[in-house]
Write a protein that binds this ligand. Sequence first.
Ligand SMILES: Cc1cc2nc3c(=O)[nH]c(=O)nc-3n(C[C@H](O)[C@H](O)[C@H](O)COP(=O)(O)OP(=O)(O)OC[C@H]3O[C@@H](n4cnc5c(N)ncnc54)[C@H](O)[C@@H]3O)c2cc1C
Length: 432
Amino acid sequence: MKTSGWGRYPVIDSEVVRYNSDDSLFENIDGRNPVIPYGFGRSYGDSALSDTILKMRPAKRMLHFDPENGLLTCEAGVLLSEILETFLPRGWFLKVTPGTKYITIGGAIASDVHGKNHHQYGAFSEYVSEFSLMMPNGSIKACSRTKNKDLFYATCGGMGLTGIILKATISLQSVQSNTIVQQTIKTACLKEIFQAFEEYYNEPYSVAWIDCTATGSSLGRGLLNVGHFKEDHKFEYKAPGKLNMPLKLPGFLLNKWSIKLFNQLYYQKNLKSENRSETTVDSFFYPLDILKNWNRLYGEEGPLQYQFVLPKKTSFDGIKEVLNYLQKKNMYSSLGVLKLFGKENKNLLSFPMEGYTLALDFKVDDKIFQILDDLDKIISGLGGRIYLAKDARMSVEIFNTGYSKAKEFRSIRDQYGMNKIFNSLQSNRLNL
Ligand SMILES: Cc1cc2nc3c(=O)[nH]c(=O)nc-3n(C[C@H](O)[C@H](O)[C@H](O)COP(=O)(O)OP(=O)(O)OC[C@H]3O[C@@H](n4cnc5c(N)ncnc54)[C@H](O)[C@@H]3O)c2cc1C
């Protein structure tokens, strides 16, 4: 079966095995090499691609919820959207959520995803108290910060390369509303947007959109969106309907001029320097989810997302350098999303480090790979790293420089024989 990540690059032929039960799982994958767990396919690149992919989505039972402390135990194929639909009406929300709710719990742990609140809350795994992991020999181990902790720190952020997460216990946060009070701050350049992030540090959620086409003194101008939950005790939650993007658009529609026009209009939409409004959880956290199959906007090849993080002290100059470099090459990202990260955690391969992260979207074409290789060198030289959940092309050298605990990760894979069975296109490329 033809398979790809969300970016539709690369596309490969894979054999598909579906999760059936914990008991029959090992029998179904035994003797297959390579195999990799597959959640909902929302990682952009090749981390969930292999000769055999194990679709975990059928494992979608919620098993236990304790309203005293907000602890939820569920199977790994449960979607964040299902948790929202079940628990938001009761006043509970995820502690950390990425920009799409259509991901599985297994995928969230394996990528150790981050949200708009990393500067205050950290990454997803911070709120995972325990999970069970199927090992390469079929045994199932409970993993936490005290039980099999080497497996815990390797699996959170470990991109499915340490085994199969079967179920997990995560904590939810109690919220007082399903409405978000949001503020949009219009900034005239990159310096202003950095200042705004610091000024609004106490807001739990923050994210900025950057106009990657602005030049000169306007370089890096954008809109910072900050927000928090309202406290009106109203919880009627109804997931919004979805529009569908029925066809792949011809790739040529997304060009330098259309990207410039879109960015200018988007920047101008906020006339005032500050705007306050109230909005729903869905439009604040998951604006892209409203358009099903939005990746078809990028044409046949799909979007290639490039997300990097830089340490705080090199973030400002580094992001400026990246934007300038892209403009020099006449390459325009259709989207630029900037976030502030707090301290990094103890996981071996988690992406966040204290500093700023920028995500850029490109259409795949002949030029983009060389340009991203050049950007890798800039990021790497400034002490940064590239996000594995978005990657389909980085080199092993760039990876090793950015992820200082990669050696330890490889040795755990070796010690437990994980590298004899759990392999992806990405792990082969990165020599994991
Ligand atoms: C619109 C959009 C917005 C996004 N926004 C963000 C964001 O704000 N922050 C962020 O961090 N990410 C973001 N992402 C990326 C996304 O959150 C991650 O790629 C996530 O891991 C996808 O989960 P999935 O269930 O679709 O997993 P897949 O894409 O299917 O797999 C991702 C990885 O998880 C592994 N995996 C899946 N299930 C299991 C399991 N049961 N056991 C072991 N390993 C498993 C796979 O092997 C693979 O390595 C975004 C993606 C999209 C499309």
